[in-house]
Design a protein around this ligand. Structure first.
Ligand code: BTX
Length: 249
């Protein structure tokens, strides 16, 4: 079913009823020289998460990718993942859903001891001599989706399940993109905004990285997005890209 998005966004918007992956489409647009474009779909048939994992994207969600060309060093690009998490958390709270952010890229809703996954974010980029040439920030929001239609190993939830009624996807996407647009232009302030919604800080965590497991208390996040962990042998700083898995302990 075609959705009349009619978005008034600070980006040009390309809408698809169904597409393999909005990130893949946005990467193709980047290769053609495009910028400041949002690819949005009602359904994805080949949605991807990090480390090539599958992202289930049934009709009713908000599956979108923002393509832009920030003038920053490659090393700063992870800040845009945090910016997306803040933007979507704010939009969710405005819609009445008390979302929080689990470092690095999960937006969750807490139910007692349990955290349920509402959103996934996947940032991809390309650079030239250490400067970013383009960034694609993919944001998958389980909007009007039945969590029973999502893989239950991830403990999924959706906006409609949390609210007991559907959200207006046009308004939600609009708010999300407005917030993201403001944050992407102000990277220095993203980390501070992020801390406001962080569920990870102050907790004992175990992070799997390519260089082994790090255990300790998550004490802070540093620009552009690394987690600072106080371990028995001192402070360790884990970059978002090196996190294969984070588990509370
Ligand atoms: P991730 O690697 O952190 O999480 C992927 C894992 O999440 C999967 O292995 C599965 O267990 C679980 N999962 C899959 N689908 C869902 C879902 N709908 N809700 C909750 N849990 C799920 C997160 O990767 C990054 C996802 C980005 C998705 C966006 S959608 C628009 C854009 N296009 C695209 O192909 N990807 C991005």
């Amino acid at each position: 079913s075609a959705v009349e998005y009619g978005l008034n966004a600070p980006f040009s918007v390309e809408y698809h009823d169904s597409i393999p992956s909005t990130n893949a489409r946005a990467r193709d647009l980047a290769a053609d020289g495009a910028s400041d474009t949002v690819v949005l779909a009602d359904e994805q048939t080949g949605g991807r998460g990090r480390l090539d994992r599958e992202w289930h994207s049934p009709s009713g969600g908000i599956w979108l990718s923002v393509l832009f060309r920030p003038d920053v060093p490659m090393a700063h690009a992870p800040v845009f993942t945090l910016a997306a998490a803040v933007a979507v958390t704010r939009a969710a709270r405005e819609a009445g859903v008390e979302a929080g952010i689990k470092w690095p890229n999960d937006v969750l809703v807490r139910h007692g001891d349990e955290e349920r996954k509402l959103v996934g974010i996947l940032t991809e980029m390309e650079g030239e001599s250490d400067r970013v040439s383009w960034v694609v920030v993919g944001i998958g929001v389980n909007a009007n989706v039945d969590p029973a239609d999502l893989p239950d190993d991830a403990n999924p939830t959706s906006l409609s399940a949390e609210r007991d009624e559907p959200v207006d996807r046009r308004l939600f996407a609009q708010r999300l993109l407005e917030e993201f647009d403001a944050l992407r232009q102000d990277p220095a302030n993203v980390v501070e905004a992020w801390r406001e919604y962080a569920t990870t800080l102050g907790k004992q965590v175990r992070v799997e990285t390519p260089n082994g497991t790090i255990e300790g208390e998550a004490v802070d996040v540093e620009f552009p997005g690394a987690l600072v962990i106080e371990t028995e042998s001192g402070r360790e700083v884990v970059s978002a890209g090196d996190c294969e898995h984070l588990r509370p302990i």
